[in-house]
Design a binder for this molecule. Structure first.
Ligand code: FAD
Length: 403
């Protein structure tokens, strides 16, 4: 028996590790195009860029882990095609790898800014360790930073840059920050906290071009005719799932590689997990969604490993996520949608926003309220019926409700 995993990121590594934990005895090959040992991406826009950890501190496992667990890590090798008839993965510069089960864990890549000048020097995006190193070097000489996109990564970068005393402007097409992911209340809190730290915002603004001089970015042209001087442009406008290898192999794709509740594609010996997978979720009323988070990558890795090891179960983990912005920690449990009702629960430090749809709890956004977040995860996992009145009532013990 042999398993080949394409993509040595958070999800791919987890499948390999969980297979061994489950006692799987066959061969496990982990193919990754990046040269590094599998590493965590979240600190790239947090501790790593702030200089609080180094590359060794990002590693998900020590170098010895792979040989100890008989996981063949083929680093710096790109998988180019899947031959499903022959059950082989074609890779650059080496013989095809035969598989009995194939796991696609190819992640996602940054969405490029679709305007003239986006390829000028001084325009950066952040997905990989190599991107972070380029950005770190560029920040050393930068003064005026323009960040395109007020999503999680844009705001985390804004917090880091403003803490370094740089001039920061965030340009966002929507009317508020993190508009697709969080409530008006949570968005307003982070907007105000960042503004108090000196970050300027332009909401409802479109970028039409990056202007350059001598091949370097010097300004952004905005749709309303304004021009914003910038010697460093950071683009954080979302990602595109790496689904091409699956599509070319005849598997269903479109905003991710389509999988069923067990994370299998229509070919039962090919699974897809993590940022690249589109799966049906009870937290989205059964709709097929893609989730970009560490939790999702890890739990889907575990789910597929269990199935390969002979213990199949549908994927049903509660989605959760975090984002660190300056001194504040945002944690989200569940999958709130923009139209969901908001009930704010205040505390001495921080607050949580409970989101409801048709009277049913869909998610909880906690700001500096780790205990609320942990209780929310348990409440959502067990589908406990919490009412909006209970959510708002600080005398109601959430921990007891979650028991
Ligand atoms: P990835 O980690 O992207 O791994 C996929 C790997 O596959 C990559 O190494 C890629 O190079 C490789 N690959 C792709 N195609 C091929 C191929 N054909 N052949 C070989 N290799 C291939 N999530 C949170 O929950 N909280 C956070 O605070 C948070 N912060 C983040 C900050 C940043 C800067 C970034 C970039 C992400 C952050 N995330 C955060 C998201 C989280 O890191 C991702 O959801 C997670 O890494 C997804 O894991 P994955 O294994 O699916 O994909």
């Amino acid at each position: 028996m042999s398993v080949v995993i394409v993509g040595a990121g958070q999800a791919g590594l987890q499948v390999a590790a969980s297979l061994r934990e489950a006692g799987y005895a066959g061969s496990v090959t982990l193919v990754g195009e990046e040269a590094d040992l599998p590493y965590q991406r979240p600190p790239l826009s947090k501790a790593y860029l702030a200089g609080k950890t180094d590359a060794a501190g990002l590693a998900l496992r020590a170098p010895g882990f792979f040989s100890e667990h008989r996981i063949e890590h083929r680093a710096g090798i790109r998988a180019t095609a899947v031959d499903r008839a022959r059950r082989e993965v074609h890779v650059e510069g080496a013989s095809p790898l035969p598989y009995e089960h194939l796991v696609l864990a190819t992640g996602a890549r940054v969405r490029p800014l679709p305007v003239p000048g986006a390829d000028l020097e001084g325009v950066h995006a952040l997905r990989s360790l190599a991107d972070a190193d380029r950005l770190k070097a560029a920040l050393a000489d930068a003064r005026e930073i323009a960040i395109v996109g007020a999503g999680f990564i844009g705001l985390e970068l804004a917090a880091i840059c403003s803490a370094r005393g740089l001039s920061v402007t965030v340009i966002e097409a929507a009317g508020r920050p993190m508009a697709r992911a969080v409530s008006v209340d949570t968005g307003a809190f982070f907007r105000d906290a960042q503004a108090a730290a000196g970050v300027r915002f332009r909401f409802g603004a479109g970028v039409t071009a990056v202007e350059g001089e001598g091949g370097r970015a010097v300004a952004l042209a905005l749709a309303d005719g304004d021009r914003l001087a910038a010697d460093l442009v950071l683009v954080g406008i979302g990602v595109i799932p790496n689904e091409e290898i699956a599509g070319e192999a005849g598997l269903a794709v479109g905003n991710g590689i389509h999988v069923d509740a067990f994370l299998a594609t229509q070919d039962p010996v090919v699974s897809a997990i993590g940022d690249c997978a589109r799966f049906p979720s009870r937290f989205a009323d059964g709709a097929a969604i893609r989730i970009e988070s560490v939790q999702n990558a890890l739990d889907q890795g575990r789910c597929v490993a269990a199935r390969i090891a002979g213990r199949p179960a549908a994927y049903d983990a509660v989605p959760w996520f975090w984002s660190d912005q300056g001194p504040h920690k945002l944690q989200i449990a569940g999958l709130p949608a923009p139209g969901d009702e908001s009930v704010v629960r205040h505390a001495e430090t921080g607050f949580s926003v409970f989101r409801f749809r048709d009277g049913r709890l869909t998610g909880v956004e906690s700001v500096d309220r780790a205990a609320d977040h942990m209780a929310a995860r348990r409440i959502l996992a067990q589908a406990i019926a919490l009412t909006p009145d209970q959510a708002a009532d600080t005398a109601c013990d959430l921990k007891a409700v979650a028991m």
